[in-house]
Design a protein around this ligand. Sequence first.
Ligand SMILES: [Zn+2]
Ligand SMILES: [Zn+2]
Length: 197
Amino acid sequence: MELTKKCPNCGKKVLANAKKCKHCNEWFNTCSFCAEKIENNLKICPHCKEVLVKKERHGFITFWLWFGVICTVNATIVLIILIWLTDVLEQVPGLVWLTDVLEQVPGLDQFILLINICCMLGYMALLNWEKIGFWAVAIGQSIIASSTIFYETNLYGETGLFGWLILTLFCFIPNAGILYAILQLKRNAVSCWENLE
Ligand SMILES: [Zn+2]
Ligand SMILES: [Zn+2]
């Protein structure tokens, strides 16, 4: 004699080990962690809060995010050297221009260091599926881009803070757009962006 159970949906008898009701097509899904009955396609078990579907991202996104981490860590080290080891740098022939540039706008190098660390944390947050990382990277990179343009062209003296803000806004569009586009790459039919929380 075969063991049977009642389908909780239609009440008809089905095999005890059935995963799906043959009468009404209802799935008998259970959590693989706590064995409680759960709906199909849930990402997190409502009973034990375990993550049921392991998140995966396209390999290019992983590469892009780690590349971002490496670049920002690198830039952080360089900026720390520039700010606190200026005397050492001045001894290196060919690097004097760099220290000259940094002296043009007082405090800007420390400011960029701070923004750069924000970008680094943003890339790490994105690797950890946190959507706030997107904003940290997109806004941070835009500020660094506009500040760098001001460094190079010495525009700050002409336009001041307002010009810098406008330029930052213009830099935000391509920065955020490119990052957003990359995060749309899919793995197992789900984009990285959809997996962000
Ligand atoms: Zn049924
Ligand atoms: Zn569970």
